[in-house]
Design a protein around this ligand. Sequence first.
Ligand code: SIN
Length: 547
Amino acid sequence: MSQSQNGMTPLEDDLMLSRHCSRYIMDFDLEQIPHMYTDFLIIGAGAAGLRAAIETSRYGKTLLVTKDELGESNTTHAQGGIAVAINVGDQVSYHVEDTLKAGDGICNEPAVKVMVEEGIDRVLELVQWGANFDRQNDKLVFTKEAAHRMRRIIHAKGDATGEETEDVLIRKASDDSEAQFMDRTFAVDLITIKDHCYGAIFLDEKREKFFAIISQATILASGGLCLLYRYTTNPDISTGDGYAMAYRAGCEMMDMEFVQFHPTSLYINGAPRFLISEAVRGEGAVLLNEDGERFMKRYHELAELAPRDVVSRAILEETTKTNTECVYLDLRHLDSELIKIRFPNISERCLGYGIDISKDLVPVQVSAHFMMGGIKTNEDGETNLKGLYACGEVACTGVHGANRLASNSLLETLVFSVRAANSANQGRLEVPQKVLTLKNISNQKTDKDQNIAKIRNSIRKLMWDKVGIIRNADALKQAISHLGKYVDIKPKTREGFELQNMLDLSRLITYAALVRQESRGAHYRSDFPERDDKLWNRHITFRRRMD
Ligand code: SIN
């Protein structure tokens, strides 16, 4: 760990973290494990992985591996849209400024400029490849989301931008590239020798077998981690596998305390949270508390379109004050037909619970939504390990700072995946014929008898209660002590490996949150409620002490 101000010495912190998070890879001979070679290995099949694969397949043999079905990714669930500075009256400099402001002082400005400038070409390229963004009289229409100074966000099928983006990229990668896909194949650990990465070990779920893919360059594009929290807008796959693997392999991890909570997800007691896009507020919906008061005006001049962290904390405060479970989105004053056309999926999902969004109040609550931190990369997707690149949510270029501006995530993904692919081509390694690999995983006691579901639920509850929207030292220390009680679970199945990853990452996020003794962006400490530029205008970076 690079710094510590929490009363523990850096060494103690480091030992605590390193004692857990042990790797599955140890001395072993390649001859004893099935393996294959490729030029480029890409892990993850959301927009980042697909876009990177389209690029690398121009240079060499590309294998894209995903733990689920092709098409099931965080990207697919994105609703709002893609922020891009192409509307009349908009400018790259405006988009840059809005991004920096939302990031609350610690965005990596050069990376923001790259994203906003190159994002325009990446989006136009998507249109060329057939992305059907919503139009009126043949012209793209733009919506508004929180903290954007103007309408800047393009969208598709109303509220299904992610699905459209994913479909176009899958089509392009399948039809126009040589990339090969492997689904239902779970990445267990990266293969490294000293500070070089040569691929990864996988669990083939269909055949219940471990095998290795040895590659000249490896790109991690494995998406987010918000399933660590009890309430999340993310799909079940968001267990943070890429972050955990990278950390175990010795990657520098940056900004892990910055988890973004989305203010509005559908609140139905007992049902999973479902995102109600910020674009709904962008189109004029307002938030009401239990007493029917439009409370956001009391919290911020931008009211419902204040930055996400402000709206999230306001909702929490209102529900605590009135001892209620949720607040309400009110769309009743908007044109009912337009609303249903603009938000068909949201409308349908709510109707499934008997809520007509044009006539009824929509109950909403805050949910974990996006990870700003991750594997530290430069603007070319390079990590501190040679041969390993990262892009998409799993990577941290510092582009989002402490708080991501709405709908910047698909833009970031498209831009930095292409850059990562190009630098991966430049930095291809010569692969060794003998590689360090597995501890004998197959001899481990099975994890089936370890009640994975129970441990997983208890970690998710702990993270929500103690490391959530409002944090303080006592709660964080309780979380650390609680997390320290879980022994590493020696997994053998996908569920077991996912759980171990969630455990490793919960520890990391909690430590980072304890170290940052200030409030900034999405990280709010009730015991340090102010932003403290003198001490904390910087990033916190962890790196695991290697065995
Ligand atoms: C939303 O539609 O509100 C989510 C978009 C985003 O997270 O940027």
